[in-house]
Write a protein that binds this ligand. Structure first.
Ligand code: 4AD
Ligand code: MG
Length: 430
Protein backbone atom coordinates (compact mmCIF):
# COMPACT_ATOMS: atom_id res chain seq x y z
CA UNK A 1 0.00 0.00 0.00
CA UNK A 2 1.38 3.42 -0.90
CA UNK A 3 1.71 5.88 1.95
CA UNK A 4 0.95 9.37 0.66
CA UNK A 5 1.28 12.82 2.22
CA UNK A 6 -2.03 14.68 2.27
CA UNK A 7 -0.84 17.50 0.03
CA UNK A 8 -0.11 14.98 -2.74
CA UNK A 9 -3.44 13.11 -2.56
CA UNK A 10 -4.99 14.91 -5.53
CA UNK A 11 -2.50 13.01 -7.72
CA UNK A 12 -3.93 9.71 -6.45
CA UNK A 13 -7.65 10.05 -7.21
CA UNK A 14 -9.20 6.57 -7.69
CA UNK A 15 -6.33 4.82 -5.88
CA UNK A 16 -6.21 3.06 -2.56
CA UNK A 17 -3.68 4.76 -0.24
CA UNK A 18 -2.58 4.98 3.38
CA UNK A 19 -2.19 8.25 5.27
CA UNK A 20 -0.28 8.63 8.55
CA UNK A 21 -1.21 11.56 10.76
CA UNK A 22 -3.10 12.85 13.77
CA UNK A 23 -6.80 13.29 14.41
CA UNK A 24 -7.57 16.98 14.03
CA UNK A 25 -11.34 17.01 14.43
CA UNK A 26 -14.38 14.83 14.01
CA UNK A 27 -18.02 15.13 12.99
CA UNK A 28 -20.78 12.50 13.11
CA UNK A 29 -24.04 12.34 11.13
CA UNK A 30 -26.00 9.15 11.86
CA UNK A 31 -24.48 6.35 9.83
CA UNK A 32 -21.57 8.54 8.73
CA UNK A 33 -18.50 9.75 10.59
CA UNK A 34 -16.13 12.39 9.25
CA UNK A 35 -12.75 12.31 11.02
CA UNK A 36 -10.41 15.04 9.81
CA UNK A 37 -6.78 13.97 9.77
CA UNK A 38 -3.75 16.27 9.51
CA UNK A 39 -0.21 15.22 8.72
CA UNK A 40 1.62 18.56 8.64
CA UNK A 41 1.21 18.89 4.87
CA UNK A 42 -2.56 19.40 4.92
CA UNK A 43 -5.96 18.39 6.25
CA UNK A 44 -7.91 15.40 4.97
CA UNK A 45 -11.60 14.78 5.32
CA UNK A 46 -12.20 11.04 5.79
CA UNK A 47 -15.61 9.49 5.27
CA UNK A 48 -16.57 6.41 7.28
CA UNK A 49 -19.81 4.72 6.22
CA UNK A 50 -21.13 2.30 8.81
CA UNK A 51 -22.28 -0.28 6.27
CA UNK A 52 -18.91 -0.32 4.50
CA UNK A 53 -16.50 -0.89 7.39
CA UNK A 54 -15.91 -3.54 10.01
CA UNK A 55 -17.49 -3.02 13.41
CA UNK A 56 -14.05 -2.44 15.01
CA UNK A 57 -13.17 0.26 12.45
CA UNK A 58 -16.45 2.06 13.13
CA UNK A 59 -15.78 1.89 16.87
CA UNK A 60 -12.16 3.03 16.52
CA UNK A 61 -13.33 6.18 14.73
CA UNK A 62 -16.12 6.67 17.24
CA UNK A 63 -13.69 6.57 20.15
CA UNK A 64 -10.61 8.27 18.70
CA UNK A 65 -9.61 11.43 20.54
CA UNK A 66 -8.16 14.72 19.26
CA UNK A 67 -4.43 14.49 18.36
CA UNK A 68 -4.25 10.70 18.56
CA UNK A 69 -1.82 9.25 16.03
CA UNK A 70 -3.76 7.42 13.32
CA UNK A 71 -3.15 5.39 10.18
CA UNK A 72 -5.98 5.50 7.67
CA UNK A 73 -6.40 3.46 4.51
CA UNK A 74 -9.01 4.04 1.85
CA UNK A 75 -9.74 5.25 -1.65
CA UNK A 76 -9.13 8.83 -2.77
CA UNK A 77 -12.17 10.59 -4.23
CA UNK A 78 -12.59 14.00 -5.74
CA UNK A 79 -14.64 16.30 -3.49
CA UNK A 80 -14.49 19.98 -4.42
CA UNK A 81 -16.02 21.08 -1.10
CA UNK A 82 -13.33 19.34 1.02
CA UNK A 83 -10.00 20.98 1.91
CA UNK A 84 -7.51 20.05 -0.80
CA UNK A 85 -10.29 19.02 -3.19
CA UNK A 86 -10.25 15.33 -2.20
CA UNK A 87 -11.64 13.06 0.51
CA UNK A 88 -10.83 9.54 1.62
CA UNK A 89 -13.43 6.76 1.61
CA UNK A 90 -12.22 4.86 4.67
CA UNK A 91 -11.62 1.11 4.64
CA UNK A 92 -9.49 0.83 7.76
CA UNK A 93 -8.69 3.23 10.58
CA UNK A 94 -6.03 2.38 13.17
CA UNK A 95 -5.29 4.35 16.30
CA UNK A 96 -1.51 3.96 16.52
CA UNK A 97 -1.03 6.02 19.69
CA UNK A 98 -4.04 7.34 21.57
CA UNK A 99 -3.99 10.82 23.13
CA UNK A 100 -5.64 11.52 26.46
CA UNK A 101 -6.71 15.04 27.48
CA UNK A 102 -5.03 17.09 24.74
CA UNK A 103 -4.74 20.51 26.36
CA UNK A 104 -5.71 22.61 23.32
CA UNK A 105 -9.40 22.28 22.54
CA UNK A 106 -11.50 24.19 20.01
CA UNK A 107 -12.49 26.66 22.78
CA UNK A 108 -10.56 29.93 23.21
CA UNK A 109 -7.39 29.77 25.30
CA UNK A 110 -5.32 32.62 26.74
CA UNK A 111 -1.95 33.38 25.15
CA UNK A 112 0.04 32.79 28.36
CA UNK A 113 -1.41 29.28 28.53
CA UNK A 114 -0.70 28.64 24.85
CA UNK A 115 2.85 29.95 25.20
CA UNK A 116 3.50 27.44 28.01
CA UNK A 117 2.55 24.68 25.59
CA UNK A 118 4.10 26.28 22.53
CA UNK A 119 5.50 22.86 21.56
CA UNK A 120 1.89 21.65 21.07
CA UNK A 121 0.46 24.97 19.86
CA UNK A 122 2.62 24.59 16.72
CA UNK A 123 0.06 22.00 15.53
CA UNK A 124 -2.82 24.50 15.49
CA UNK A 125 -3.94 25.73 12.08
CA UNK A 126 -3.05 29.39 12.52
CA UNK A 127 0.37 28.77 14.06
CA UNK A 128 1.07 26.21 11.37
CA UNK A 129 0.20 28.76 8.66
CA UNK A 130 2.41 31.51 10.15
CA UNK A 131 5.41 29.20 10.38
CA UNK A 132 4.89 27.95 6.84
CA UNK A 133 5.01 31.56 5.66
CA UNK A 134 8.15 32.06 7.74
CA UNK A 135 9.80 29.08 6.10
CA UNK A 136 8.89 30.43 2.65
CA UNK A 137 10.22 33.90 3.49
CA UNK A 138 13.50 32.46 4.76
CA UNK A 139 13.89 30.45 1.57
CA UNK A 140 13.02 33.53 -0.51
CA UNK A 141 15.75 35.52 1.29
CA UNK A 142 18.34 32.84 0.54
CA UNK A 143 17.19 32.53 -3.08
CA UNK A 144 17.28 36.29 -3.59
CA UNK A 145 20.89 36.62 -2.52
CA UNK A 146 21.99 33.39 -4.17
CA UNK A 147 20.41 34.44 -7.46
CA UNK A 148 22.06 37.84 -7.21
CA UNK A 149 25.59 36.43 -6.80
CA UNK A 150 26.01 36.96 -3.08
CA UNK A 151 28.27 34.59 -1.11
CA UNK A 152 26.92 33.25 2.18
CA UNK A 153 29.25 34.04 5.08
CA UNK A 154 28.23 32.48 8.39
CA UNK A 155 29.08 34.94 11.13
CA UNK A 156 29.97 33.83 14.66
CA UNK A 157 27.49 33.78 17.55
CA UNK A 158 30.12 34.18 20.28
CA UNK A 159 31.88 37.50 19.84
CA UNK A 160 34.30 39.72 21.73
CA UNK A 161 32.69 43.04 20.72
CA UNK A 162 29.36 44.87 20.58
CA UNK A 163 27.86 45.85 17.22
CA UNK A 164 24.61 47.58 18.17
CA UNK A 165 25.36 49.35 21.46
CA UNK A 166 26.40 47.97 24.83
CA UNK A 167 23.04 48.24 26.59
CA UNK A 168 21.47 45.11 25.06
CA UNK A 169 24.38 42.64 25.29
CA UNK A 170 24.04 39.11 26.60
CA UNK A 171 27.34 38.41 28.29
CA UNK A 172 28.85 35.01 28.85
CA UNK A 173 32.11 33.58 30.14
CA UNK A 174 34.52 32.35 27.48
CA UNK A 175 37.20 30.44 29.44
CA UNK A 176 37.80 33.41 31.70
CA UNK A 177 37.36 36.02 28.95
CA UNK A 178 34.24 38.11 28.43
CA UNK A 179 32.19 37.15 25.39
CA UNK A 180 28.86 38.35 24.04
CA UNK A 181 26.13 36.72 22.01
CA UNK A 182 26.09 38.37 18.58
CA UNK A 183 23.73 41.32 18.06
CA UNK A 184 24.41 41.35 14.30
CA UNK A 185 26.78 39.67 11.86
CA UNK A 186 27.60 42.98 10.19
CA UNK A 187 31.09 43.55 11.59
CA UNK A 188 32.15 40.15 10.27
CA UNK A 189 30.57 40.74 6.88
CA UNK A 190 32.52 43.91 6.17
CA UNK A 191 35.93 42.18 5.97
CA UNK A 192 34.27 39.38 3.96
CA UNK A 193 32.98 42.00 1.50
CA UNK A 194 36.66 42.77 0.76
CA UNK A 195 37.22 39.08 0.10
CA UNK A 196 34.09 38.31 -1.96
CA UNK A 197 32.53 41.64 -3.01
CA UNK A 198 28.90 40.73 -2.26
CA UNK A 199 28.15 38.74 0.88
CA UNK A 200 25.30 37.98 3.24
CA UNK A 201 24.74 36.23 6.52
CA UNK A 202 21.63 34.77 8.03
CA UNK A 203 21.47 33.59 11.58
CA UNK A 204 20.16 34.11 15.08
CA UNK A 205 20.99 37.38 16.81
CA UNK A 206 20.53 38.32 20.44
CA UNK A 207 19.48 41.48 22.23
CA UNK A 208 18.81 41.79 25.92
CA UNK A 209 15.90 44.20 25.32
CA UNK A 210 14.69 44.96 28.80
CA UNK A 211 11.34 46.26 27.65
CA UNK A 212 8.26 44.20 26.96
CA UNK A 213 6.84 45.09 23.56
CA UNK A 214 5.12 43.18 20.82
CA UNK A 215 7.95 44.05 18.43
CA UNK A 216 10.94 42.83 20.41
CA UNK A 217 12.38 39.39 20.97
CA UNK A 218 15.57 38.53 22.85
CA UNK A 219 16.56 36.06 20.14
CA UNK A 220 15.60 36.79 16.55
CA UNK A 221 16.86 35.94 13.08
CA UNK A 222 18.45 38.54 10.88
CA UNK A 223 19.35 38.43 7.19
CA UNK A 224 22.15 40.87 6.36
CA UNK A 225 23.72 41.71 2.99
CA UNK A 226 26.96 43.72 2.70
CA UNK A 227 28.31 45.00 -0.62
CA UNK A 228 31.69 46.43 -1.56
CA UNK A 229 31.59 49.73 -3.51
CA UNK A 230 27.85 50.08 -2.89
CA UNK A 231 26.88 53.55 -1.74
CA UNK A 232 23.77 54.94 -0.13
CA UNK A 233 21.57 55.34 -3.21
CA UNK A 234 22.35 51.79 -4.31
CA UNK A 235 21.66 50.50 -0.82
CA UNK A 236 18.14 51.90 -0.93
CA UNK A 237 17.58 50.30 -4.34
CA UNK A 238 18.77 46.94 -3.00
CA UNK A 239 16.52 47.13 0.08
CA UNK A 240 13.35 47.86 -1.91
CA UNK A 241 14.11 45.29 -4.59
CA UNK A 242 14.69 42.65 -1.90
CA UNK A 243 11.48 43.43 0.01
CA UNK A 244 9.40 43.49 -3.18
CA UNK A 245 10.74 40.03 -4.03
CA UNK A 246 10.07 38.58 -0.56
CA UNK A 247 6.46 39.80 -0.52
CA UNK A 248 5.72 38.57 -4.02
CA UNK A 249 7.16 35.12 -3.17
CA UNK A 250 4.89 34.84 -0.12
CA UNK A 251 1.86 35.93 -2.17
CA UNK A 252 2.72 33.46 -4.89
CA UNK A 253 3.51 30.39 -2.76
CA UNK A 254 1.55 30.86 0.48
CA UNK A 255 -1.98 31.45 -0.82
CA UNK A 256 -3.58 28.81 1.41
CA UNK A 257 -1.73 29.98 4.51
CA UNK A 258 -2.61 33.64 3.95
CA UNK A 259 -6.24 32.59 3.51
CA UNK A 260 -6.16 30.63 6.78
CA UNK A 261 -4.78 33.77 8.43
CA UNK A 262 -7.46 35.94 6.80
CA UNK A 263 -4.72 38.29 5.59
CA UNK A 264 -5.95 41.15 3.39
CA UNK A 265 -3.66 40.31 0.47
CA UNK A 266 -4.73 43.33 -1.60
CA UNK A 267 -2.50 45.41 0.70
CA UNK A 268 0.44 43.11 -0.06
CA UNK A 269 -0.22 43.03 -3.83
CA UNK A 270 0.43 46.75 -3.71
CA UNK A 271 4.02 46.35 -2.46
CA UNK A 272 5.80 47.39 -5.64
CA UNK A 273 8.88 49.48 -6.31
CA UNK A 274 9.60 52.32 -5.99
CA UNK A 275 9.04 52.71 -2.25
CA UNK A 276 8.70 56.23 -0.86
CA UNK A 277 11.96 57.75 0.43
CA UNK A 278 11.95 60.54 2.98
CA UNK A 279 14.60 62.03 5.20
CA UNK A 280 14.53 62.07 8.97
CA UNK A 281 13.92 65.82 8.80
CA UNK A 282 10.91 65.22 6.53
CA UNK A 283 9.65 62.67 9.05
CA UNK A 284 9.89 65.22 11.87
CA UNK A 285 7.85 67.70 9.81
CA UNK A 286 5.31 64.98 8.99
CA UNK A 287 4.93 64.14 12.68
CA UNK A 288 4.39 67.82 13.49
CA UNK A 289 1.50 67.97 11.02
CA UNK A 290 -0.01 65.07 12.97
CA UNK A 291 0.20 66.97 16.23
CA UNK A 292 3.34 65.27 17.60
CA UNK A 293 5.79 67.53 19.41
CA UNK A 294 8.83 66.14 17.55
CA UNK A 295 12.23 67.79 17.19
CA UNK A 296 15.62 67.03 15.62
CA UNK A 297 17.46 64.48 17.79
CA UNK A 298 14.41 62.48 18.88
CA UNK A 299 14.37 58.77 18.18
CA UNK A 300 11.09 57.39 16.86
CA UNK A 301 9.13 55.00 19.03
CA UNK A 302 6.47 52.56 17.87
CA UNK A 303 3.74 55.23 17.90
CA UNK A 304 5.74 57.67 15.78
CA UNK A 305 6.70 54.91 13.34
CA UNK A 306 3.05 53.96 12.93
CA UNK A 307 2.01 57.58 12.36
CA UNK A 308 4.66 57.94 9.67
CA UNK A 309 3.84 54.57 8.08
CA UNK A 310 0.13 55.42 7.91
CA UNK A 311 0.91 58.21 5.45
CA UNK A 312 2.05 55.63 2.86
CA UNK A 313 0.61 52.51 1.25
CA UNK A 314 3.96 50.73 0.97
CA UNK A 315 7.11 50.53 3.09
CA UNK A 316 8.75 53.91 3.60
CA UNK A 317 12.51 54.41 3.79
CA UNK A 318 13.59 57.08 6.24
CA UNK A 319 17.17 58.23 5.78
CA UNK A 320 19.70 60.64 7.26
CA UNK A 321 19.12 60.27 10.97
CA UNK A 322 21.05 62.41 13.46
CA UNK A 323 24.55 61.01 14.05
CA UNK A 324 23.99 61.00 17.80
CA UNK A 325 21.15 58.49 17.78
CA UNK A 326 22.67 55.99 15.36
CA UNK A 327 25.40 53.32 15.49
CA UNK A 328 29.10 54.24 15.55
CA UNK A 329 29.89 52.80 12.11
CA UNK A 330 27.51 54.90 9.99
CA UNK A 331 28.99 57.17 7.30
CA UNK A 332 28.29 60.89 7.77
CA UNK A 333 26.33 62.58 4.99
CA UNK A 334 28.96 64.62 3.09
CA UNK A 335 26.37 67.39 2.59
CA UNK A 336 25.40 67.55 6.26
CA UNK A 337 27.72 65.79 8.73
CA UNK A 338 25.18 66.14 11.56
CA UNK A 339 23.29 63.26 9.95
CA UNK A 340 24.34 59.82 8.74
CA UNK A 341 23.75 57.83 5.56
CA UNK A 342 21.61 55.35 7.45
CA UNK A 343 18.13 54.13 6.65
CA UNK A 344 15.25 52.49 8.42
CA UNK A 345 12.52 50.86 6.39
CA UNK A 346 9.16 51.08 8.13
CA UNK A 347 6.50 48.55 7.11
CA UNK A 348 2.91 49.69 6.48
CA UNK A 349 -0.05 48.93 8.76
CA UNK A 350 1.83 49.55 12.00
CA UNK A 351 4.36 46.70 11.82
CA UNK A 352 7.27 49.05 12.48
CA UNK A 353 10.90 48.96 11.40
CA UNK A 354 11.70 45.88 9.34
CA UNK A 355 15.10 46.97 8.01
CA UNK A 356 17.97 48.98 9.44
CA UNK A 357 21.05 49.69 7.35
CA UNK A 358 23.67 52.21 6.29
CA UNK A 359 26.70 53.09 4.30
CA UNK A 360 29.70 52.37 6.55
CA UNK A 361 32.52 54.69 7.54
CA UNK A 362 35.49 53.68 5.40
CA UNK A 363 37.96 56.27 6.67
CA UNK A 364 40.23 54.66 9.28
CA UNK A 365 40.78 57.72 11.45
CA UNK A 366 37.13 58.76 11.53
CA UNK A 367 36.11 55.24 12.54
CA UNK A 368 38.73 55.21 15.30
CA UNK A 369 37.42 58.55 16.54
CA UNK A 370 33.84 57.20 16.59
CA UNK A 371 34.86 54.09 18.53
CA UNK A 372 36.40 56.39 21.13
CA UNK A 373 33.34 58.67 21.23
CA UNK A 374 31.17 55.61 21.84
CA UNK A 375 33.50 54.39 24.60
CA UNK A 376 34.09 51.10 22.83
CA UNK A 377 37.25 49.06 23.62
CA UNK A 378 39.67 49.72 20.73
CA UNK A 379 41.56 46.41 21.27
CA UNK A 380 38.40 44.41 20.53
CA UNK A 381 37.92 46.30 17.24
CA UNK A 382 41.50 46.19 15.84
CA UNK A 383 40.55 43.55 13.29
CA UNK A 384 37.53 45.63 12.24
CA UNK A 385 39.73 48.70 11.78
CA UNK A 386 41.95 46.59 9.50
CA UNK A 387 39.21 46.73 6.85
CA UNK A 388 40.02 50.48 6.61
CA UNK A 389 43.79 49.90 6.68
CA UNK A 390 44.37 47.38 3.91
CA UNK A 391 42.62 48.69 0.81
CA UNK A 392 39.69 50.63 2.17
CA UNK A 393 36.54 50.91 0.03
CA UNK A 394 33.08 52.41 0.33
CA UNK A 395 30.54 49.78 1.32
CA UNK A 396 27.02 49.46 2.62
CA UNK A 397 24.56 46.91 3.92
CA UNK A 398 21.44 46.34 5.93
CA UNK A 399 19.76 43.88 8.25
CA UNK A 400 16.18 42.65 8.11
CA UNK A 401 14.58 41.00 11.11
CA UNK A 402 12.77 37.92 9.82
CA UNK A 403 10.12 38.00 12.55
CA UNK A 404 9.17 41.62 11.85
CA UNK A 405 8.82 40.78 8.17
CA UNK A 406 6.77 37.64 8.88
CA UNK A 407 4.49 39.54 11.28
CA UNK A 408 3.78 42.09 8.58
CA UNK A 409 3.22 39.60 5.76
CA UNK A 410 0.99 37.32 7.85
CA UNK A 411 -0.81 40.16 9.65
CA UNK A 412 0.02 38.72 13.08
CA UNK A 413 0.25 41.57 15.58
CA UNK A 414 2.80 40.07 18.01
CA UNK A 415 6.29 38.80 17.14
CA UNK A 416 5.95 35.88 19.56
CA UNK A 417 3.82 33.95 17.04
CA UNK A 418 6.27 34.40 14.16
CA UNK A 419 9.11 32.24 15.56
CA UNK A 420 8.75 28.59 16.61
CA UNK A 421 10.04 29.06 20.16
CA UNK A 422 10.07 32.73 21.17
CA UNK A 423 12.55 34.09 23.69
CA UNK A 424 10.95 37.02 25.46
CA UNK A 425 11.42 39.02 28.62
CA UNK A 426 10.76 36.48 31.39
CA UNK A 427 10.16 33.57 29.03
CA UNK A 428 12.67 30.89 28.07
CA UNK A 429 10.29 27.88 28.38
CA UNK A 430 9.71 25.63 26.49
O1 4AD B 1 18.43 48.20 13.05
P1 4AD B 1 19.25 47.08 13.59
O2 4AD B 1 19.67 47.17 15.00
O3 4AD B 1 20.52 47.00 12.61
C1 4AD B 1 21.58 46.19 12.76
O4 4AD B 1 21.72 45.32 13.58
C2 4AD B 1 22.62 46.36 11.68
N1 4AD B 1 23.92 45.92 12.20
C3 4AD B 1 22.21 45.59 10.46
C4 4AD B 1 23.13 45.78 9.29
O5 4AD B 1 23.26 46.90 8.83
N2 4AD B 1 23.75 44.75 8.82
O6 4AD B 1 18.49 45.71 13.37
C5 4AD B 1 18.10 45.31 12.08
C6 4AD B 1 16.69 44.75 12.10
C7 4AD B 1 15.62 45.74 12.54
O7 4AD B 1 15.22 46.58 11.50
C8 4AD B 1 14.51 44.79 12.96
O8 4AD B 1 13.83 44.29 11.84
C9 4AD B 1 15.28 43.66 13.59
O9 4AD B 1 16.58 43.69 13.05
N3 4AD B 1 15.35 43.75 15.05
C10 4AD B 1 14.63 43.01 15.90
N4 4AD B 1 13.68 42.08 15.68
C11 4AD B 1 13.11 41.48 16.74
N5 4AD B 1 13.43 41.75 18.01
C12 4AD B 1 14.40 42.68 18.31
N6 4AD B 1 14.73 42.90 19.57
C13 4AD B 1 15.02 43.35 17.21
N7 4AD B 1 15.98 44.30 17.12
C14 4AD B 1 16.15 44.51 15.80
MG1 MG C 1 17.33 49.80 13.77
Amino acid sequence: MTTVRIKDLSKHVGEKVTVDGWLYNKRTAGKLQFPIVRDGSGYLQCVVFRKEVAEETWNAVDQVTQESTVRVTGSVREEPRAPGGVELGVESFDVVSPTVDYPITPKEHGTAFLMDIRHLWLRSAKQHAVLKVRSEIEQACRDYFYNNDFVLIDSPILTPAACEGTSTLFETDYFGERAFLSQSGQLYLEPAAAAFGKVYCFGPTFRAEKSKTRRHLMEFWMIEPEVAFLEFEGLQNLAEDFVEYIVSRALDRCKEELKTLERDTAKLENIRKPFPRITYRDAIELLKTKGVDAKFGDDFGADEETLIANSFDRPVMISRYPTDIKAFYMQPDPEDPSVVLGLDMIAPEGYGEIIGGSQRIHDHDLLLQRLKEHDLPIEAFQWYLDVRKYGSFPHAGFGMGIERCVAWVTGVPHLRETIPYPRMLNRIYP
